[in-house]
Each structure stands twice: as structure tokens, then as C-alpha cells.
Design a protein around this ligand. Structure first.
Ligand SMILES: NC(=O)c1ccc[n+]([C@@H]2O[C@H](COP(=O)([O-])OP(=O)(O)OC[C@H]3O[C@@H](n4cnc5c(N)ncnc54)[C@H](O)[C@@H]3O)[C@@H](O)[C@H]2O)c1
Length: 260
């Protein structure tokens, strides 16, 4: 991929899992990556790992539930690099999942928290990023959605709703700003054994092998399990110039779980 060289890309939620893999992939293809996360140590660790393998990265601590930190993040990026070409939004409160039970049992405060982090956080972050993209003639946004936005499950109503909302917001941005050069796409991963996902699986009483076994037998149509890099590869392509005629899509990376 040539079309990422020297671009400035913020990966939000990049201390671990899919976001960290995306940050590495983008840097490998020549992007300057801003590793933004609520975990200061995690953001630093990802940025240091990228730099020690010859890439360009800086860490930044922010919390999507605190708008002033989103403003500070984007101001810092523009001050440091003079531009912002891409945003990959990965942030999700994965740890809330065991409390995201069903419509009748979920605590409304947990419902609000899930939507605040996964969806309102995206809304607020894009409001800071897009004016800069419009000023400089364009940019690319990639949002990590989920198969759960489409699949219909007896549990995780808040998570699924937040991701369905993300897909709608993705299409809104694509249609509102596409003609001015801003592209916005989403990726809907299936089950990927990140540390965050496995912590939830463990809390819910399964282990990695059981979980992946179930995914392999009942959901995915693939000979192997999914990895964070599978999502990162598509994110890098969508972010690059090679992906520049793709806009407003939500593309599944799920080993053939959802056929749409
Ligand atoms: N792993 C899967 O199976 C799977 C499947 C579908 C979708 N996804 C989505 O992929 C994305 C990444 O998930 P993951 O599995 O890598 O888990 P993860 O927990 O490793 O990633 C989430 C990241 O968001 C950060 N974060 C959480 N709250 C934050 C806040 N308030 N402000 C800033 N950062 C915050 C976390 O520190 C973490 O780095 C999420 O959006 C998730 O919903 C994951």
C-alpha cells in the first residue's frame, strides 16, 4: 500500500487489541500514528513498540466521556503535524459487556454508559476532526463497528444499539461530507480474541477455546480464527488512497459469519 505514506492518523482506542494492531499496520505503511487511549501506559506502550520497529507514533491520553480531552487531542495533533488525514475509532467499553444483559434487566446507567463511550464519543470525536479535514480538502474515517449491529442477540442490547448507531452515523458523514473529500466507512468484525474480548468471555464463564470453538462451529465459515490484524488490514486499506472510492460502507471482517 503506497497511499498511506506521511499521512497523519489518529487511532482512538489503541492501547490494545484491534486498535493496537491497526496502529502498527498504519505505521508499517508509512503513516504518522497518534495512539490515543484512556490508558496512558497502554498508549505509551503501543507508541513505543511502533517506534522501536522503525515507525512514527506519539501517545496521547484521552477519555471520550470527557469532551475537553477530545478537543485537546485533536488540537495537539494539528499543532504537532499541521494536518489530520485519518481517524480510526476503536473505542468501546468492552468491560461493560457482562452487565449488558437484556432490555428488562440492564441498569439504565449501564445503557447510558455504553452509548456514551461507543457512540456519543464517536460523535464528539468526529465533530473535532471533520472541520480540519474539510479545511485541508479531505480525509478518511474508519469506525470499528460489530457483527452484533446486524446479528440480533438475546443479550448485549446496548452494545448492539451503539454499533447500529455508529453505522448510521458513518453513512451520515459519508453523505454529508463525501463530495468535500471526507470518506467515512465502518468495519464489522466478528469474534476476535483480543485481551478485552477474552476478559469478557472469562467473566461470562467460558474460556478462549470454548468461545472460539463455538464461533468456528456455529458462526464463522472459515478454516481459522480471526485475529486483530484481519481488521487492521482492512482499516489500513480504507484509510489509504487505494480505498479512495469506498465511502459509507460497513464491511464485515468475520470469517463469513454474516452474509449480506
Ligand atoms: N474483539 C472482538 O471480538 C470484537 C468484535 C466486534 C467488534 N469489536 C470492536 O472492536 C473495537 C476494539 O475492541 P477490542 O476487542 O480490541 O477491545 P479493547 O478493549 O482492546 O479495545 C478498546 C479500547 O478502547 C479503550 N477505551 C475504553 N474506554 C475508553 C474511553 N472512555 N476513552 C478512550 N479510550 C477508551 C480501551 O482502553 C481499549 O484500548 C471495539 O470497538 C469493539 O467493540 C471487537
Amino acid at each position: 500500500m503506497e497511499g498511506l505514506k506521511d499521512k497523519v492518523v489518529v487511532v482512538a482506542g489503541a492501547s490494545s487489541g484491534i486498535g493496537a494492531a491497526s496502529a502498527h499496520k498504519l505505521a508499517k505503511h508509512g503513516a504518522n500514528v497518534v495512539v490515543a487511549d484512556i490508558s496512558d501506559d497502554g498508549a505509551r506502550a503501543t507508541a513505543e513498540a511502533i517506534m522501536s520497529s522503525g515507525g512514527s507514533a506519539i501517545p496521547f491520553r484521552f477519555d471520550v466521556t470527557d469532551e475537553s480531552t477530545i478537543v485537546a487531542l485533536i488540537a495537539h495533533v494539528v499543532e504537532t503535524y499541521g494536518q489530520i488525514d485519518g481517524l480510526h475509532y476503536n473505542v468501546a467499553d468492552v468491560a461493560l459487556t457482562p452487565k449488558d444483559t437484556n432490555l428488562l434487566d440492564i441498569d439504565p446507567a449501564d445503557w447510558e454508559r455504553m452509548l456514551r463511550v461507543n457512540l456519543t464519543g464517536l460523535f464528539l470525536t468526529m465533530r473535532q476532526v471533520i472541520p480540519h479535514m474539510l479545511k485541508q480538502g479531505g480525509g478518511a474515517i474508519v469506525n470499528t463497528s460489530s457483527a452484533a449491529a446486524f446479528s440480533g442477540e438475546p443479550n448485549i442490547p446496548a452494545y448492539a444499539s451503539s454499533k447500529a448507531g455508529m453505522n448510521a452515523l458513518t453513512r451520515h458523514v459519508a453523505s454529508a461530507y463525501g463530495r468535500q473529500g471526507v470518506r467515512c466507512n465502518a468495519i464489522a468484525p466478528g469474534a476476535i480474541a483480543t485481551e478485552g474480548a477474552l476478559a469478557v468471555v472469562n467473566v461470562m464463564g467460558a474460556d478462549k477455546d470454548e468461545w472460539y470453538g463455538r464461533v468456528r462451529e456455529t458462526l464463522a465459515h472459515s478454516h481459522r480464527d480471526g485475529e486483530p490484524e484481519d481488521v487492521a488490514s482492512l482499516a489500513a486499506f480504507l484509510m489509504s488512497d487505494e480505498g479512495s472510492w469506498i465511502n459509507g460502507q460497513c464491511i464485515s471482517v468475520d470469517g463469513g459469519w454474516l452474509f449480506r
